[in-house]
Design a protein around this ligand. Structure first.
Ligand code: UDP
Length: 458
């Protein structure tokens, strides 16, 4: 799937990282094992390192709901949004620091001087100091940000700066997210990637896709197939769980589908998707499926339940014809592989995939849909701009313009030739830029640099 140059770069990076790490371990640390882009990124990529001889471990930062309320506030503010409007003062700093200390104590027994730790996002950023003191080279990676920082964003930087500034390197996913208060000599830009071989993205037979969609209840499908798939360990598995769906009637077999698959997060604007869809005239028999993980499954996201309730209320207020066409689905998350294959089937079944985020760090759901050659209507914000050139790899809209969003969806549904051309260009874009060898090589190069002391500030 990847070109020779990318493969060569990856091999060289692996060799150099192996030498630089010696007997040391490469750690990746984030705050949830499932749900959200970082968990997806690590799940997909770390096996390629382990399988190539890099000693790599993934640790999850654990904390109580009060802590995640603070970090969700930080997350929203980094996107320029006030979130719950709460404080980020001395009390929050103390609570944040306490959780970091508890996690650092546990890690201290596991890490060794000379190890390298890649710490992802604000939640575990409080570990930077403790790990550095333990002789670990720390790379802090920030997957979120905003193109034009405002005072709200800067207030989150101020909160985090004392915790992260002593990292040996800072990785950002996009140039405009880099904080101007950081030492720019230590900054590296690395966009994330998707894994075409992960269950989330592997090719599916049409019959297999339909069977998976049918068993979960996401749409009616005419098929006698069993909803089976091959697990990553080679065993044949079957999708067994149904999605928990709010709907007036099931999606009829063969009906065109528009979908957004995302965590239940206000910045993903599911209510806006519903309203934009409701505004589309001449919808024909098109249905909208808004799908996301069960709120309880995403440990570091305390707002999901409330966002889902708001969406359900907005749905209940729609006219009967709109309610009949909009389906709100909580996808089963008890088994990550099952969840991944369901997302895969849904994205492949969709005639148009939308991502109407108000802000978006990168948007792996966009990358996933692009890889699957789906025509996309997405917001012209953040990391989505890194992926889609408007009119070339999909259509970009202003997320506050609901009627432009609705028209773009209708245009793609009514012009299959254009939709297919955009989908093909999107696939090629991902192949050229957002696959594991690109991501892993760039990361390993940072690992080598920090292990050799090249990126540390003087
Ligand atoms: N996702 C999932 N199951 C779901 C909904 C979402 O596995 O029910 C995945 C989705 O496929 C993607 C990730 O969660 O891989 C979301 O990453 P993205 O970068 O789009 O957004 P984030 O959640 O990190 O803000």
């Amino acid at each position: 799937m990847v070109g020779g140059e990318d493969a060569d770069r990856f091999r060289v990076a692996l060799d150099r990282a192996g030498e630089a790490l010696g007997r040391g371990t490469l750690w990746h640390i984030n705050s949830t094992a499932e749900g959200g882009g970082v968990a997806e990124l690590l799940r997909a990529n770390l096996g390629y390192l382990a399988g190539n001889g890099v000693r790599v471990r993934w640790a999850i930062f654990e904390a109580d709901p009060g802590f995640f309320q603070i970090t969700k506030r930080i997350h929203n503010r980094l996107h320029g949004d006030e979130g719950d409007g709460g404080e980020l003062g001395a009390h929050e700093r103390q609570q944040y620091g306490e959780a970091a200390r508890r996690n650092a104590e546990q890690l201290a027994a596991l890490v060794r001087p000379g190890d390298v730790a890649v710490v992802h996002d604000p939640q575990p950023a409080g570990l930077v100091a403790g790990l550095t003191e333990a002789g670990v080279h720390v790379v802090w990676t920030c997957h979120v940000g905003i193109d034009t920082p405002n005072d709200v964003t800067r207030s989150a930087w101020r909160f985090l700066l004392p915790f992260v500034e002593h990292a040996s390197a800072y990785v950002f996913t996009r140039g405009s997210y880099v904080w101007d208060v950081l030492d720019h000599r230590k900054v590296v830009l690395i966009p994330p990637c998707i894994d075409p071989l992960a269950l989330k993205n592997v090719e599916l037979l049409d019959s297999q896709r339909e069977a998976i969609i049918a068993i979960t209840g996401l749409a009616t499908a005419r098929t006698d197939e069993t909803p089976s798939f091959q697990g990553l360990d080679g065993t044949v598995r079957e999708v067994a769980r149904r999605a928990d769906i709010l709907e007036a009637m099931p999606v009829p077999a063969g009906a065109p589908i528009v979908t957004q698959v995302s965590r239940w997060d206000r910045l993903k604007d599911p209510v806006g998707v519903l309203r934009g869809f409701a505004e589309v005239r001449d919808l024909g028999d098109v249905h909208l499926i808004l799908a996301g993980p069960s709120p309880s499954s995403v440990a570091d996201d305390p707002e999901a339940e409330a966002v889902l309730s708001e969406l359900r209320e907005a749905w209940a207020k729609q006219s009967a014809p709109v309610r009949e066409r909009v389906h709100i689905a909580n996808l089963p998350t008890a088994d990550v592989d099952e969840n991944a294959i369901i997302v895969n089937a849904l994205q492949r079944r969709a005639d148009v995939v939308v991502q109407k985020s108000l802000a978006e760090g990168f948007g792996l759901t966009v990358t996933e849909a692009m890889w699957k050659r789906r025509p996309l209507v997405a917001s012209a914000v953040g990391g989505i701009l890194e992926q889609i050139e408007n009119g070339v790899h999909g259509l970009l809209v202003d997320p506050s313009d609901l009627s432009a969003f609705g028209s773009a969806v209708r245009d793609l549904l009514s012009d299959p030739g254009r939709a297919a051309a955009l989908g093909q260009a999107a696939h090629e874009r991902v192949r050229d830029r957002f696959l594991p060898p690109d991501y892993l090589s760039a990361n390993l190069e940072v690992v080598v640099a920090v292990a050799d002391g090249e990126l540390s500030s003087p």
